[in-house]
Structures are given as structure tokens and as C-alpha cells.
Ligand binder design. Sequence first.
Ligand code: ADP
Length: 275
Amino acid sequence: LYTPEAAEEVFGVQAYTADSASALVRFEHVTKRYGELEVIKGIDLTMRPGEKLALIGPSGSGKTTLGRMLMTLEEPTSGRIWIDGESLWDMKDKSGRVVRANAKHLRRMRGSIGMVFQHFNLFPHLTVLDNVVLAPRAVLGMSKQDSHERAIAMLRKVGLADKLDVYPSRLSGGQKQRVAIARALVMQPKIMVFDEVTSALDPELVGEVLGVIKEIAADGDMAMMLITHEMDFARDVADRVVFGDGGRIVEEGPPSAIFEHPKSERLQAFLQRFG
Ligand code: ADP
């Protein structure tokens, strides 16, 4: 459904497509400024389909901003972000000129990405099942039965099949976060961004949430961007670790290289504190 050709047919506009479309995600010379403050200072980063990428670095280094830009919640100040060879923020108009993406284009692109945040943002007036069913019904237009089946399968995956009719206020923080994960998964995104999903949890609840994410990672196909301070978790789950500091990528490599043979002084110092 979500091919550039389909986009043209449905929306009368063409997505702006990259020459090399092999990467699932590509940040190309991306910068981000908030007023005078440049928080992302020129990032080039690619993710392959299915790749599990851990993003580590000190607080304020720009990790969340990268995730939010991928999710279209923030627009880069300069540079481009490509998903599956299509530019997030550009498309071609009918005469072939590259123009700024419209709301429809962004909505379609956003369909490839799921995000789970530090704070769960569940709807308090909806049951667990209805929280997960909402987007498939409203956004994908799925039937009640299909959406329920899919939602229940996801809730089973996160170990909450026995909580379908419970309201969020009755759940522990770990359970709430697992509902939030099911709610993102149910949309079957190509990429999931997990942004510090355990940092608001009591320590004894962290393990159950990381365990669920590990299982989803082991399932395979979905690419994951894991923004985390849990170094053991990053080491276990990630195919590749990216260490950012001060809005730049300082070092990247497989977990063994990053954690056992850090090259830069900044990464060495960071691991002393967190490792
Ligand atoms: P990290 O996730 O690595 O902790 P962030 O991406 O959250 O880093 O933040 C990077 C920098 O951008 C920080 O200095 C933060 O204060 C700043 N920042 C983030 N969002 C905004 C915003 N909406 N307005 C102004 N500054 C922001």
C-alpha cells in the first residue's frame, strides 16, 4: 500500500525518493536547533531493515531529539531523514518540484514508525484492550473483530492477556509500559523507537519491561532504535551501538567494540560512570 506509486495515486503527489534506497532509515547531515541552541550538529546515520541500534550517551546529548525527529515530532533544521528511500519532510508536487511534505505525506510516513516513551501516556478512561485497539480502528480502519484479534495477540506477547478489561490506574508501572509497547506494536511499524522506556520505573519493574523488549527483538524483522541508559541491555540486544555526545556521533560499532574497547576518551569516561 505504502509505495510511492500508491502515494501518487491516493494523494496526487509523489514522495521524494532517494537514489540509494537500501537503508531503512537514513539521517543525512541532520542538524536541529532550538533558537540559539544547536542540539544536533550534523548527524549521518543509517539503519538497515531489522537492525537493532542502541543509542547511548550523556543526558542532553540529543538522543531523544533524534528519536523525535524520526517520529516526525520535530523537524530537522537542516539535512534530510529518509525512511525506506522516501524523504520524511519532502515530496514532489504534480509538476515534479520538490516541496515541503503536507500533512498526508507525514501521516503516511509516520505509519512506518512506532514509539514508546518514558511516560506511558495511556488513555486512563479506556481499558487495556481499548487502548491497544484504538489506533488500528481509527487510523487503519480495521474491523472490530480484526482489531481485537490483533490487539489481543500483542497483549499476549507482552504478557498481559489476562488484563484486557482492566483500566490503567489498576496496573503497575511495568504493566502500563507493556501496554504502551503493545499499543505501538499493534500498528506493525517497520521501526520501533524505545526512548528511555524504563527510566520512570521503580527498579524492581525494569526487568520485566526489558525482558519484553528483548523478546520482541528476538522475533526478528522489526528495526529498533533503543535509547537507553541500561548498558547491559544495550550489550545484549543491540547489533550496533552508537555513542553520541554534544549533538554529534562520537563512536559507533558492535557492542563488543563499544563496551570492551572504547576508543575515545569521552566514551571511556561515560562508561566509567554508567557501565
Ligand atoms: P538526551 O535525550 O540525550 O537527554 P535531548 O534530545 O532530550 O537529549 O536534549 C538535547 C538538548 O536539547 C538538551 O540541551 C535539551 O535541553 C534541549 N532541548 C530538547 N528539546 C527542546 C525544546 N523543545 N526546546 C529547547 N531545547 C530543547
